[in-house]
Design a protein. Structure first.
Length: 327
């Protein structure tokens, strides 16, 4: 009797259900292919299936990277960002960017690089992460930022910062990203700190924010280089020490010669916390072409009256001015 009762609860799928299951597996396989038209066709099929299709796609998010990215793409095409958020979380927690490196955006190469022999270019084929259109990553970024104050715990807050960083790294390898996105994340706030982040963890948070800003600056410099400098000037004038330090780093990265007069305003201020960084940036930007007086630096002890400059090592018959270089 007990066996008969258990057997009565076993439900054998109908022929139609078995056929649908086989078709769903076939469509999942299409989502893993590099051909965009095949993935779009499969995503459209799952959208037509309604709730059944969503269940299958959400289960596939936990599988290998190609299937997970395909399922995330299909869900995102339905306006459901849970898949992209899950993918960004797995990238952060499982180091997907390390094991599945992103292919560089060849549209950003110079003409000389683009015609170079194949062995001189990166042999990496496009990552499955790059098969998801950039607009879905941008939408996920905005959702993460919106939810960031609601994290509720240290772990959730740091994970969301990591997801933002991963999304920006992926977007740096893709085209069609508006300059507003890069400008917005180049000004990601350093100062905001939730109460559950301890003081001794503040450096970890600030380092993550620095990396977020850095990749936003990379993305902006790739396609909107003319907008990068005005944004950095604005950051330099309006933000506190961490923001000013980032602006100085950006000037150095861009080799922005027009920033030298701005850097000089703090480079030689005694006891200014960023003077050393400003002098280093001037040295990198201006280099040997600069007026030697621009490169004058105090010795390590600013109070010393015996040694004010550190000359470069040279021959006795060289011009004195050519020997004045930053330490």
């Amino acid at each position: 009797m007990r066996l008969r009762h258990l057997l009565s609860k076993i439900r054998i799928p109908s022929r139609e259900e078995r056929q649908w299951s086989l078709e769903a597996r076939h469509r999942l396989r299409l989502l893993t292919l590099p051909t965009a038209s095949k993935r779009l066709e499969a995503a459209g099929w799952f959208q037509e299936q309604g709730g059944r299709g969503v269940v299958v796609l959400e289960r596939a998010l936990g599988r290998y990277i190609a299937l997970s990215c395909g399922a995330g793409y299909a869900l995102a095409e339905q306006g459901n960002l849970r898949g992209v958020l899950r993918i960004l979380s797995r990238c952060d927690n499982e180091d997907w960017l390390l094991y599945y490196p992103l292919s560089p955006d060849h549209s950003l190469m110079s003409a000389e690089e683009s015609v170079a022999p194949a062995f001189r270019l990166s042999p990496i084929s496009p990552s499955p992460l790059q098969r998801i259109p950039s607009r879905h990553y941008v939408a996920a970024l905005r959702l993460i930022v919106q939810r960031l104050p609601e994290s509720g715990s240290r772990e959730a807050y740091l994970e969301r910062l990591g997801m933002i960083l991963v999304a920006l790294k992926i977007l740096c390898s893709m085209g069609e990203v508006s300059e507003e996105i890069w400008i917005e994340f180049a000004r990601f706030p350093f100062e905001w700190k939730p109460s559950y982040i301890l003081d001794d963890e503040l450096n970890l948070v600030q380092n993550l924010v620095w990396n977020i800003r850095e990749y936003a600056l990379f993305g902006m410099a790739q396609r909107y280089r003319e907008r990068a400098y005005p944004s950095l000037v604005d950051i330099f004038h309006t933000e506190e020490v961490w923001g000013k330090m980032f602006a100085i780093y950006g000037f150095k990265l861009l080799h922005a010669k027009q920033a030298v007069p701005l850097l000089e305003t703090i480079a030689f201020q005694p006891r200014h916390p960023l003077a050393r960084y400003a002098r280093n940036a001037i040295a990198v930007i201006a280099g040997a072409s600069a007026n030697p007086l621009t490169l004058l630096r105090p010795a390590s002890d600013p109070e010393s009256e015996k040694l004010l400059l550190r000359p470069a090592v040279g021959e006795p018959d060289e011009d004195v001015n050519s020997l004045l270089r930053p330490r």
